[in-house]
Design a protein around this ligand. Structure first.
Ligand SMILES: [Zn+2]
Length: 336
């Protein structure tokens, strides 16, 4: 029997939740982790139609890219689609698990790797590797170690936990700086006296393969027009919002699935000739400054291959239940 927790544990090995962004809410959103998995449905957005499809196909676990609950929910009356999805999931005993910015930040098996492969990029590397890392070393009463371990996957990597005199265990954790305050709070709650004697240090990034966006090279230079055609066919879209075509050929390409305008300057600094992403605002197009071709292909379009990717990741590992990719297009944006 495979439990929901077993699937989660595997997904966490693919994209550790500790690498999600601060604002994110990736992880198990509804459901009992001890339940047996009857079937999995993967999607970009856990909408009402996806919940109904899961039920119809006998799936009790929905693995979504975007967390249906982002901020807190103060009431559940069914007034919004978010409330209705959560209520419906609970009513049908259906688990919803979100694997979001932690998956965005992965070089291997990530959202961006999928886009790069579709554009045929070579020599790819992370555009903005996570750089701010820390370690913390502290002693803890041995009896509290299981509680510490239970909470760690969301926060940090456990480098070691060795028994020490006085029924204690000395632990060292390595974590992304974004997780620092949450980790301080955890240690403070578990053992305030450990917090007082803890040693916090900066560390080098142990994972150059973790971070936002990707950059790589086209096999051969293309004109701006040819490049846009490549993006259209590779990403199966007929509509791209873009800046003025440049005189120079497109050779180096930066990309980021989803809302990626925050990486524009980095793409320019790394010498990218084009930047493929989504959710650019009007004024942000001006920031191209004639240096780079911004190609805004749409949020859904940029991430549409994430659901099949998740389905592949799960079905390659587990064979005792079916994993499907949703048939529903959950794109709320239409073009006419
Ligand atoms: Zn997204």
């Amino acid at each position: 029997m495979t439990t929901i927790q077993d699937v989660i544990r595997y997904l966490e090995s693919v994209a550790p939740p500790a690498y999600q962004e601060d604002y994110d809410n990736a992880g198990l959103i509804t459901g009992n982790p001890e339940d047996e998995v009857l079937g999995v449905l993967t999607c970009l957005d856990a909408t009402e139609s996806v919940i109904q499809e899961a039920d119809r196909r006998g799936c009790n676990l929905v693995v979504a890219h975007h967390p249906i609950v982002f901020k807190g929910l103060k009431r559940l009356t069914g007034a919004t689609y978010v409330e209705r999805v959560v209520m419906e999931a609970i009513r049908r005993n259906l688990a919803i698990y979100a694997i979001h910015t932690n998956l965005d930040n992965m070089y291997f098996n990530g959202v961006n790797g999928e886009i790069a492969a579709r554009l045929g990029l070579t020599q790819t590397r992370i555009l903005a590797p996570r750089s701010e890392w820390q370690t913390v070393r502290f002693a803890l009463p041995s009896s509290l170690e299981p509680r510490l371990r239970a909470q760690l996957p969301e926060l940090s990597e456990l480098l070691y936990a060795v028994p020490a005199p006085g029924n204690t265990v000395v632990c060292e954790l390595r974590f992304d700086r974004a997780r620092q305050s949450a980790l301080r709070q955890l240690i403070q709650e578990l053992a305030p006296e450990s917090m007082a004697a803890s040693v916090w240090q900066t560390a080098t990034n142990p994972h150059p393969s973790i971070g936002a966006g990707l950059i790589g090279d086209l096999p051969e230079p293309l004109s701006g027009r040819e490049f846009l055609e490549l993006v259209k066919s590779g990403m199966r879209t007929s509509c791209i919002r873009h800046t003025a075509l440049l005189e120079k050929p497109i050779k180096k390409v930066a990309l980021c699935g989803g809302s990626g305008s925050f990486l524009l300057n980095r793409a320019i600094a790394h010498g990218a000739d084009a930047y493929v992403s989504a959710d650019f605002k009007y004024h942000e197009f001006f920031d191209a400054e004639g240096k780079i071709l911004i190609a805004d292909i749409g949020h859904y379009e940029s991430e549409q291959f994430t659901a099949p990717l998740l389905q592949k990741i799960i079905s390659q590992k587990f064979t005792n239940f079916a994993a499907y990719c949703t048939e529903a297009s959950t794109n709320p944006v239409y073009y006419s």
